[in-house]
Design a protein around this ligand. Sequence first.
Ligand SMILES: Nc1nc2c(ncn2[C@@H]2O[C@H](COP(=O)(O)OP(=O)(O)O)[C@@H](O)[C@H]2O)c(=O)[nH]1
Ligand SMILES: [Mg+2]
Length: 230
Amino acid sequence: MDSKREKRPHISVVIPTLNEAANVGMALSGVRRQLSGQSYEIIVVDGGSYDATVAIAKRQGAILLSEGGGKGAALIKGLMAARGDVIISMDADLSHRPDEMRLLVDGIEIGYDLCMGSRFIAGGGTDDMPLIRVIGNRFFVWLVNALFGSNYSDLCYGYRSFRRSALRRLKLEQRGFGIETEISIKAIKAGLRVMEVPSREKARNAGEAKLRTFNDGYVILKTIIVNMGA
Ligand SMILES: Nc1nc2c(ncn2[C@@H]2O[C@H](COP(=O)(O)OP(=O)(O)O)[C@@H](O)[C@H]2O)c(=O)[nH]1
Ligand SMILES: [Mg+2]
């Protein structure tokens, strides 16, 4: 890993964490294995874990940031601090497969501004979504496509990549689990070149999911409504 902060890496991987001690070590070593030989940095943005998440991430050589304002706030902080040409957002719970990262990097390298993993196109899938969340996600995908003229197949999924120069055009502000939805909508409104690539989401390895289906479903709906203005 590029441990010298002076030299700008080609790839940044941004991982928000909250009490992921049982997962983060394996998540980071998987990323490091995948990117070995390339120029990269890993940024972990911790939301105030009371377990060993931070110590483990440090030991694995990650750059540590802290942000207690929610998953969205953490992601924004990490994305803005990232120095790579290609910036990847990824969860710490081993749901996202490091070997799919290559698709996300290629997407940016061939000219897209934003490359989104999708569980709902051929080649994608999920082992981590109860039926109620599948239905909710479908509804929100339909609503966003109808309102913003996009043709997304997935919405609330965090395995994505960004061209650094395009990121600042999004002016992100969602502090909670509405962040992915905000990114998807603002990318369309800003006229970014967006593509989807298939992703097979694994079940969370250990620990508890922080997303609460109904509360965060409401947050996502609010995010869609708030962004309907010019
Ligand atoms: N920094 C920070 N990270 C969070 C927060 N909530 C969740 N995360 C992290 O965001 C990622 C996705 O969260 P998760 O609970 O797995 O959501 P789900 O996969 O949508 O059920 C994981 O790496 C979590 O540790 C938070 O409030 N702050
Ligand atoms: Mg998860």
